[in-house]
Design a protein around this ligand. Sequence first.
Ligand SMILES: NC(=O)c1cc2c(N)ncc(C(N)=O)c2s1
Length: 328
Amino acid sequence: NTAIPATLTAAAQEIEELRKTIHYHSHRYYVLDNPEISDAEFDSLLRRLIAIETAFPSLITPDSPSQRVGGVPAEGFDRVAHLTPMLSLGNAFSAGELRAFDARVRNGLDGAAAEYVVELKIDGLAINLVYQNGRLVRGATRGDGTYGEEVTANIRTIRSVPLVLNADDDIPPLLEVRGEVYMPRREFDRLNRLREMSGEPLMANPRNAAAGSIRQLDPKITAERALDIFIHGLGTEEGLGVATHAAMFEKLQRLGFKVNPHYQVFDNIEDVIAYCESWAEKRVDLPYDIDGLVIKVNSLASQRLLGSTAKDPRWAIAFKFPAEQAAT
Ligand SMILES: NC(=O)c1cc2c(N)ncc(C(N)=O)c2s1
């Protein structure tokens, strides 16, 4: 409980150091799930930052870790245009349909063999994030793919969303990324137990709960929900400098983004099929819901060659598990 700095300059200096330290430990805890300090030590750093910012409010910036707890409620959500439209995905429901997808891809690449990245399809809410010079400037829902709802204040409350990017690697001046916001099943159960005790209607499933939490007008309510995110795609970018989807994941992780660890690269569709089918059972052990897997051509140049239809990319497809039989 050392004294609050006496001057604005000293306060700005200590705030800058505190933000760097808090950002580092927040990344280790929420993104890497590998903290170096105790929760108590982390909380005391955050309390010190908030105390100094309270004494010097002119030093508060939107990307300060103190802003995670949510700002003032919004009247409504503005409509914003995504820099690059967010496409949907074609679906495959069988191994045969995946083989057909592979044949189309190889045909589109004049017979060249294709390398695929296979990722879990998170059952959450699609979100678009824009970073300018390494700072989060906007978060939006998918909407109709071209326009979405501006929910930046709510996105800032998600601890695994970096407010500033790690400077260890060269930071692209402009970066638009897509991900899936989800509610871990344990958090969903916790919230429903609270609702049960207070006689409120229960939430139907984690996906609806995540969507409802992101669409709260009051960010303080969003901040009380332990939402999480996995970043899985790129929109507009300047200077990212990667040639494959897998290299993009490595770069995004170095920049501080949370990427789902279960992605794998395969050089043939039979291995892709085996991996997809192995998750039909394994998924029950995950702390979040998935409704399938997403298969993407790994080479970004090949993705560009294959292009997209008005709706979906020709270089990606979802492998869907049979829908859960509704609990009767
Ligand atoms: N609609 C889409 O394009 C996607 C939707 C999803 C989703 N729900 N989860 C994961 C991924 C992924 N790993 O790419 C994608 S891609």
